[in-house]
Design a protein around this ligand. Structure first.
Ligand code: NAD
Ligand code: ZN
Length: 260
């Protein structure tokens, strides 16, 4: 048996383990980070192909940088969202299917790309907000993302009411607090779930790092599907290293087979 065979066996075994956990679950919660959207064409922040290799997070993702130079942020947003034209990938659809099957009760995400909703997930807790609305920080005028997106294809959007450049999407920038109601609901879900699955997160950003621990303390079984190891892997009952878009559809298939 070659080394690769052994690797495949390990992943297959972990996939079966996660599927069994789900079959026995009454209330599973999935937590996702930027890794789940890589196959949709949206890069992660950190890592070799990460956005931070080319963009300065202080400039484009902090509230201070934004207020100093909103144009720079919109340049970044254009590359990230408008050009990416992202649509959900098999990992997003697999999670939506598990909700449809009645086992996944909530998705907690750090992503701002709205791809869980596009895939059909109903209960999505967006810890970092989303791009769906854009507010003028000067006069309070609210815009739909679709409207701003059209303008962005041609130029930097400015407020049509007051002329301000400070148009800010409802996402959480560095230096801003998380939306307290969403955070407390995410904590509540982590406490009451019996299975907690992490997908595509390095688990270094707060509260990503603490939610699996809350779930574990409350007695939940823990699983993680991630391309590379994290510092928290030792607290997980099942660990599947690989691409979410390949592993999660297999989990769903096995889940359905076991349920039959
Ligand atoms: P991270 O960049 O710290 O970690 C992403 C993890 O995903 C890495 O450990 C990587 O190994 C893994 N990964 C990469 N490709 C994968 C794949 N195909 N399948 C499974 N795993 C894969 O991301 P984070 O922990 O989510 O934190 C970064 C912050 O960046 C988050 O707060 C998030 O809001 C923000 N962000 C969001 C988006 C988005 O909305 N899509 C994109 C970039 C960053
Ligand atoms: Zn305005």
């Amino acid at each position: 048996m070659s080394f690769e065979d052994t690797d495949m066996d390990i992943i297959e075994e972990q996939i079966k383990k996660i599927s069994r956990m789900l079959v026995n679950a009454k209330h599973a919660v999935v937590f996702t980070g930027s890794g789940i959207s890589v196959a949709s064409g949206i890069p992660t922040f950190r890592g070799a192909d990460g956005l931070w290799m080319r963009w300065n997070p202080e400039e484009v993702a902090s509230i201070y940088g934004f207020k100093r130079n909103p144009a720079k942020f919109w340049e970044f947003a254009k590359e990230l969202i408008v050009k990416a034209k992202a649509s959900p990938n098999p990992a997003h659809y697999a999670i939506a299917e598990l909700e449809e099957e009645g086992v996944v009760k909530a998705v907690i995400t750090q992503n701002i790309d709205m791809l869980h909703q596009s895939a059909g997930s109903k209960k999505v807790l967006e810890l970092h907000g989303s791009m769906s609305y854009v507010d003028c920080l000067e006069c309070g005028k609210e815009y739909d993302w679709e409207y701003i997106e059209e303008i962005l294809k041609k130029k930097q959007p400015v407020c049509e009411v007051c002329g301000s450049e400070l148009l800010k999407p409802r996402v959480v920038f560095f230096g801003e607090p998380l939306p307290p109601d969403v955070l407390s609901e995410a904590m509540e879900e982590s406490r009451k779930c019996d299975v907690f699955i992490v997908v595509g997160s390095s688990l270094v950003v707060y509260p990503a790092a603490s939610l699996p621990e809350i779930a574990k303390r409350s007695g939940a079984k823990l699983a993680i599907v991630n391309l590379e190891p994290t510092e928290k892997d030792h607290i997980f009952d099942a660990v599947a290293y690989g691409k979410a878009e390949e592993i999660l559809p297999q989990v769903v298939e096995e889940f359905k087979r076991l349920r039959r």
